[in-house]
Design a protein. Sequence first.
Length: 208
Amino acid sequence: MPFRCFAYGSNMFTRKMRVPAPSATFVAIGRIPGYVLRFNKKSDDGSGKGNIVRTGNAADEVWGVIFEISDVERSTLDESEGGYAPTGVEVLTETRTIPSVTYIAKSGRIDDSRKAYAWYKEFVVRGAQEHGLPSDYVARLAAVEVVSDPDPARDAKRRELLGSLTQAEDLNSVDSVGHGRDRSRASSRDATDKARPSTPRRARSRKP
């Protein structure tokens, strides 16, 4: 049975999410109130990765992407999220609340002095743009201070994944998510208009 996963960091980028979870399919974008996004999860590579911290303040909110994933891939996804604890959350979408699983850093894996590597932030920003998160939220993500990865080979490898989308795949990805919904509605309207029978115009009779 599939489960819903709320991604708020680098896994918002569909291609990245599909590395541990190939079946990941977009469901909706949404937000969880009472949390803030931080990049304070201690990573083994020396950087800070995305994490959400509960504040209890209703004015705070974290936006992200809900994916539906096959249950057989859950253990692989859990393993890829080392240092995180799978946690149930209620995600507010435009039309409903969707119970989902997200990943929150374990207490022993938090270091507020850490900063994200530049390539990691790019995954986060690209994922937010891909799925049409609010522009002001995307701007805040883009403004996050980062540091360069001291390992050039790792930096290049991560950026290969960022740049591996072909133009066709990029368009298909957009059509399957937020930006594509408007296109789908427009196509539906066009099809309806074409299917609707036209009323013939009466010929005007000329006076002799």
